[in-house]
Design a protein around this ligand. Structure first.
Ligand code: C2O
Ligand code: CU
Length: 432
C-alpha cells in the first residue's frame, strides 16, 4: 500500500497557524481559490477553495450577545452561501440556498448579521453543493467568546479534516462517486488538523477547541501529552467536566477540552492500524506560574427548558449499500422520502417541545444535524443528556432527541455526512 493510502502523517511540519480576527462587529470573508500545503512540506501543494486566501478560512471571533455583521464576497466562479453551523440565529441568516436565501452569485457580496446567543465553538462552511465546496476547503472556525472566559493560558482551535489527494497533491474531484455516496461517503486518504497556535509551554493550561470539518469522516481522537477533561460539546458547556478517554467526533461535531500540558502534544486519529498523527504542538519552555487546580465547568448555556413533548415523530434513516432497505428515489432517504420536498417533515408551533426518535435502519453511521436549534440527546436511562446540534447514530441503533423549537422559520434537518445529504438524506422542518 502506498503511503498516501492513509498513512503518511502530518507530524512535525510546522504549518502556518489558522489566521484569526480579534472579536469585532464587522468581519469580511472572501470566498476564493487558494493553494494550501496539505501534504507534508516538500510534497505538492493543493489547489482548493477557501476564504481570505487561506484554507481553513480565518478564525472568526465574535462576542456573545452582540450583533456581528459578516460580509461574504463571492470570488468563486460559481455561486455559494455560507452557513454558521450551530448558531441559533435568525432564519434568513442561516445560509441555506433555496430555503433561506438566494445564492450569492460570483462577484456579489451578501452581509450576514446575527446575535450569537451562546458562547462556544462553532464553525462556518459553504452550504451550496457543500459535499463539493466543503470538500474543496470552504470552512473555518467561528468562536463565540465567553462573557467570563475560563482561567487558561491559551485557547487553541484544532480544525481537522481529510482530503482525497493524488500523488502530486491535487485534490481528486470524485465528489459524487456513487460507490462512496452509497457507503460511508467521499473520504480522504490523508488527514490532518490545522491549529491556531503551534506551541505551548509545559505546565500550561490550555483550552482546545476541536472541530471536525470533514465531509464524511468520523474522527476518534486521542491526544497525547495532556491531562484534562471535556468541557463542552457542539459549543454547549457540560454541567460537569467529563473524562476525555473517548472523543469521537462525527462530521460537524465539536468538543472543547481544558487540559494541562505534560509533554509534547500530539493529536491522533485512532485507526485499526494504530494512531495516525493529525498535528503536533511543540512544547517550548515551562510555565512556572500555573498552580494545579481542578478543571472548571464553563458557564452554562441558557436554552429554553423543555416541557412535556406535544409531538413525537420518528425519523428513519434508510438506503445506502449493504442491505439498507431502500426508500425514496435517491440513494438515501428519511422515512422513504429523499431530498427536500414541498412539505416539511415536521411543523411546530413556536416554543413547542418535540421528541424525535431517530432510527438508523442502514448499515452506516449517520451524524444528523438540525439547523437553528440545539437539542437534548435522551440518554440510556431516558433522562435528558448532552445538548448538541449534530447527533451521531450508529448503524442499527436509534436515538431520541428532545428539542424546544423556539426559533421561527424553515430549518434543514440532514445527515452531515455530506455525501449522504447530497444522496438524499435531508429534509426540513418549519416553526411558525
Ligand atoms: Cu453544518 Cu446544514 O450544516
Ligand atoms: Cu449519513
Amino acid at each position: 500500500m502506498n503511503r498516501r493510502h492513509f498513512l503518511a502523517t502530518a507530524s512535525a511540519t510546522a504549518l502556518l497557524p489558522i489566521p484569526s480576527f480579534a472579536a469585532q462587529n464587522t468581519l469580511r470573508l472572501k470566498a476564493e481559490a487558494v493553494t494550501q500545503q496539505i501534504l507534508p512540506q516538500g510534497d505538492g501543494a493543493t489547489s482548493m477553495l477557501g476564504f481570505n486566501g487561506s484554507m481553513p478560512g480565518p478564525e472568526l471571533r465574535v462576542r456573545r450577545g452582540e450583533r456581528v455583521s459578516i460580509e461574504v464576497e463571492n470570488g468563486l466562479k460559481e455561486g455559494t452561501a455560507v452557513h454558521w453551523h450551530g448558531i441559533r440565529l435568525e432564519n434568513q441568516m442561516d445560509g441555506v440556498p433555496m430555503l433561506t436565501q438566494d445564492l450569492i452569485n460570483p462577484a456579489d457580496t451578501k452581509t450576514y448579521s446575527f446575535v450569537p446567543p451562546d458562547a462556544g465553538t462553532y464553525w462556518y462552511h459553504s452550504h451550496y453543493i457543500s459535499h463539493e465546496q466543503v470538500a474543496r476547503g470552504m470552512m473555518g472556525p467561528l468562536i463565540v467568546e465567553d462573557d467570563l472566559p475560563p482561567d487558561v493560558d491559551r485557547d487553541i482551535t484544532v480544525l481537522m479534516s481529510d482530503w482525497r489527494l493524488q500523488e502530486d497533491g491535487a485534490l481528486s474531484d470524485e465528489f459524487t462517486d456513487m460507490h462512496s455516496v452509497a457507503h460511508g461517503g467521499y473520504m480522504g486518504n490523508f488527514a490532518r488538523a490545522f491549529l491556531s497556535q503551534n506551541e505551548v509551554k509545559a505546565n500550561d493550561r490550555v483550552r482546545l477547541r476541536l472541530i471536525n470539518g470533514a465531509t464524511n469522516r468520523i474522527f476518534p481522537i486521542a491526544i497525547s501529552g495532556v491531562n484534562g477533561s471535556i468541557v463542552a460539546l457542539d459549543g454547549m458547556a457540560l454541567a460537569q467536566p467529563r473524562s476525555m478517554e473517548e472523543i469521537v467526533l462525527a462530521p460537524a461535531q465539536r468538543a472543547d477540552l481544558i487540559v494541562d500540558v505534560s509533554g509534547p502534544v500530539g493529536f491522533n486519529m485512532m485507526t485499526r492500524q494504530g494512531p495516525y498523527r493529525l498535528a503536533d504542538l511543540a512544547v517550548v519552555g515551562t510555565n512556572a506560574d500555573r498552580v494545579a487546580s481542578p478543571i472548571p465547568a464553563l458557564s452554562q448555556p441558557d436554552l429554553p427548558a423543555p416541557s412535556e413533548p406535544t409531538q413525537h415523530l420518528t425519523l428513519t434513516m434508510m438506503g445506502g449499500a449493504m442491505g439498507g432497505r431502500h426508500g425514496g428515489d435517491n440513494i438515501w432517504a428519511f422515512n422513504n422520502v429523499s431530498d427536500l420536498q414541498p412539505d416539511p417533515f415536521g411543523s411546530f408551533q413556536r416554543g413547542e417541545t418535540v421528541r424525535i426518535t431517530m432510527v438508523n435502519d442502514t448499515s452506516f453511521p449517520h451524524g444528523i444535524h438540525l439547523h437553528g436549534h440545539h437539542f437534548f440527546e435522551v440518554d440510556g436511562s431516558g433522562a435528558l443528556g448532552d445538548i448538541r446540534d449534530t447527533t451521531l447514530v450508529n448503524a442499527g441503533e436509534s436515538r431520541d432527541i428532545i428539542c424546544v423549537f423556539d426559533n421561527p422559520g424553515r430549518w434543514l434537518l440532514h445527515c452531515h455526512m455530506l455525501s449522504h445529504a447530497v444522496g438524499g438524506m435531508r429534509t426540513w422542518v418549519t416553526v411558525a
